[in-house]
Ligand binder design. Structure first.
Ligand code: A2P
Length: 284
């Protein structure tokens, strides 16, 4: 039901994961994750700064699906960067999730003492607490300033990516080291322009698929991991139903041509790190 991709450290990850950013921890995350697991998702993406790790963990436990059959990603927040703080941050995520290991753990945002945090993550990987480790929101500039100093190559870089923002420059750098792209906002975060795009809609008509399904299929055929999010049960289901058709080379080229070369979020912009620290506080 869900294709699997092998990361550069040998860990296998389902190509479609369920995203939980902005789903509140008021029971909505629990409900959406249970819905997703029932629909067949076996990969859930959360983060310290989504404030919903606890509900994700509870939903996985209550589903009755064996822990080893569900791939869990979480992320270390900037408040826990630096070597010593990162050790605490990893333990905090494990505790909130109620799990003794996390399948994939990411440096959520590339600001502050990333090198110290990465060292702690490398050690937690060696100890088996984190099966795979990666980064997020790295542009070519940030990647080139940090990754050459890492001891372990990240397995993924989770970045904003959709047909209008195809991230060609960073993808080329990542491909040299077999680092996989994970797309956050793979549906353009619900962008009407994208979800009503005529070229994509007409491709979907040939297969009886909606625009969202064609977009996700395109991204997966590009070799990327996608993390669509929805709280609507029908869309949760339909976003996973993308493995019974294949886009032709011409259709792939037509969607590749929609790239604007721009992104909504610019990690290189001055002040982004400070903005994030101030707006997503983690106080414990
Ligand atoms: P909803 O929760 O009502 O489904 P992204 O994954 O790119 O961040 O996009 C998430 C947004 O897109 C949410 O607002 C979600 O709303 C909406 N969405 C999710 N799946 C689809 C789909 N298949 N078609 C249209 N909108 C979707």
């Amino acid at each position: 039901m869900n294709n699997t991709i092998t990361l550069n450290d040998g860990i296998k990850i389902p190509a479609v994961g369920f995203g939980t950013f902005l789903i509140p921890p008021d029971g909505s995350t629990y409900k959406a994750v249970r819905e997703a697991l029932d629909a067949g998702y076996r990969h859930i993406d959360t983060a310290t700064a989504y404030y919903n790790e606890e509900e994700v963990g509870r939903a996985v436990r209550d589903s009755g699906i064996p822990r080893e059959e569900v791939f869990i990603t979480s992320k270390l927040w900037v408040s826990h960067f630096g070597y010593d703080r990162a050790k605490l941050g990893i333990e905090r995520s494990l505790k909130k999730l109620g799990m003794d290991y996390i399948d994939l753990y990411l440096v959520h945002q590339p600001y502050g003492d990333v090198l110290g945090a990465w060292k702690a993550m490398e050690e937690a990987k060696a100890e088996g607490k984190l099966r795979s480790i990666g980064v997020s929101n790295m542009t070519p500039k940030i990647w080139n300033s940090l990754v050459p100093q890492f001891g372990v190559m990240p397995s993924v870089n989770q970045i904003e990516c959709n047909p209008f923002s195809q991230q060609k420059a960073i993808r080329e750098i990542m491909a040299e080291n077999d680092v996989k792209v994970e797309c956050w906002g793979p549906l353009g975060q619900g962008s009407k322009d994208l979800l009503m795009n005529e070229a994509i809609r007409s491709i979907g008509e040939r297969y009886g698929k909606n625009v969202g399904q064609v977009i996700l299929r395109f991204e997966v055929q590009e070799g990327m991991i996608v993390l669509p999010k929805s709280t609507n049960p029908e869309r949760i289901k339909s976003n996973l139903d993308i493995f019974d058709f294949t886009l032709t080379d011409d259709e792939m080229a037509a969607i590749r041509a929609l790239d604007t070369g721009k992104t909504k979020h610019d990690p290189d912009a001055p002040g982004v790190g400070e903005y994030l620290i101030n707006n997503y506080p983690i106080n414990d």
